[in-house]
Design a protein around this ligand. Structure first.
Ligand SMILES: [Zn+2]
Length: 353
């Protein structure tokens, strides 16, 4: 997708503003609505005598905005020098997939932002969710200086993102609370460092069981204990999304969304599946935050329904439409011919063109 130069310059200007808002959202997503009381309607006459520096309106058609398009939620596991299993990648493959994404205009957001429909990416850009399961050591450990090591998934993400003006290194990290980053004694420090770096910490249970084989109380313990462990290490972490271990729901599916174990309650605004397709837009009537599909990462474009396969399909656009932002998180822009996809509850923010 090529944007005209003027639109691109505008997108870059907006990116600078969007970054600040994203930082606020990470600190306290609950307050994001009230934190930025920005007029989104055209100024009325009586306000004309106090001019404010205003962001120029983006023409959604000019940037090809489609906020009912699909969003890839990519599922990563380990980095392995030998490539590991079909679920793993080499460090070089991972780096080149990130470069491909950012070159293609994707900007990472968290699962929680997707689930809540709080998508604040520059005009003409597309959101992508980068998810990491199982809290393995190849995803993160701390080097001798206490920094996230460069040869880990998180270290590579931080390094690659630094080369792009409008990309923040953001990921959703689904931890097994009984085995934090290799189960070594520094697991707690690694978790705290990831939170500090702005990563979303998500629930992947305490011991990674097949939840469908457990009784209800055991399910509550597996999910509640995770929240208890994580928040006892990082007390301001908001554990509000779940990646189902093995992609399997408990028998009582509602327990994946909320429950209570001892004195710890848990409440997941988003539940991730192991899946094979991009997620619908959160503004699409088909979007179900309690069952968000993910794409298995695989750098081989011939590997059907893997990440390279899907990213090329989204680039091509003939069978699947990619979400493209209009740059205004309060407005939902899309070509009018797809209007029937819009969920009714978002009709008041719709901006068909
Ligand atoms: Zn897992």
């Amino acid at each position: 997708m090529k944007a005209p130069a003027a639109a691109l310059a505008l997108a870059l200007a907006l990116a600078a503003c969007a970054d600040g808002e994203r930082d606020d959202a990470r600190e306290d997503p609950g307050d994001v609505e009230s934190a930025e009381p920005e007029p989104d309607e055209p100024e009325t006459d009586e306000e004309e005598d106090e001019p404010e520096p205003e962001e120029p309106e983006v023409d959604p058609a000019e940037v090809g905005a489609d906020e009912l398009g699909q969003i890839p939620v990519l599922m990563y596991h380990q980095l392995r020098d030998d490539g590991g299993s079909d679920f793993d990648m080499t460090p070089e493959e991972f780096r080149s997939e990130l470069e491909f994404l950012f070159d293609e205009g994707y900007v990472p957001i968290t699962t929680l932002q997707l689930a809540r429909g709080e998508i604040d990416v520059p005009a003409g850009k597309s959101p992508v969710v980068l998810t990491f399961d199982d809290s393995t050591r190849s995803q993160a450990y701390l080097d001798d200086d206490g920094e996230i090591a460069e040869d880990t998934s998180m270290g590579i993400l931080i390094d690659v993102a630094a080369d792009y003006d409008d990309v923040e290194p953001v990921a959703s990290v689904y931890v097994i609370s009984g085995s934090l980053f290799g189960g070594q004694e520094d697991g707690e420090e690694i978790l705290a460092a990831l939170h500090e770096a702005g990563m979303e910490i998500g629930n992947h249970s305490h011991t990674h069981p097949n939840l469908s084989s457990l009784g209800d109380d055991e399910v509550r313990e597996e999910l509640g204990r995770n929240v208890d462990v994580v928040t006892s290490i990082v007390d301001d972490a908001e554990v509000a999304t779940l990646s189902l271990p093995l992609g399997l729901f408990p028998n009582d599916e509602s327990l994946a969304v909320s429950g209570e174990w001892e004195s710890t309650g848990y409440e997941h605004d988003g539940v991730l599946l192991v899946g094979y397709n991009p997620a619908p837009s959160p503004f699409d009537a088909d979007f179900d935050p309690a069952a968000i599909p993910r794409i298995q990462t695989n750098v081989d474009p011939e590997f059907q329904f893997g990440s390279a396969w899907w990213l090329r399909a989204l680039e091509d656009g003939s069978n699947v439409r990619r979400y493209v932002s209009d740059g205004d998180p309060d407005r939902i822009s899309f070509p009018e011919e797809v209007e029937e996809e819009l969920a009714e509850e978002h009709a008041d923010r719709a901006n068909p063109y």
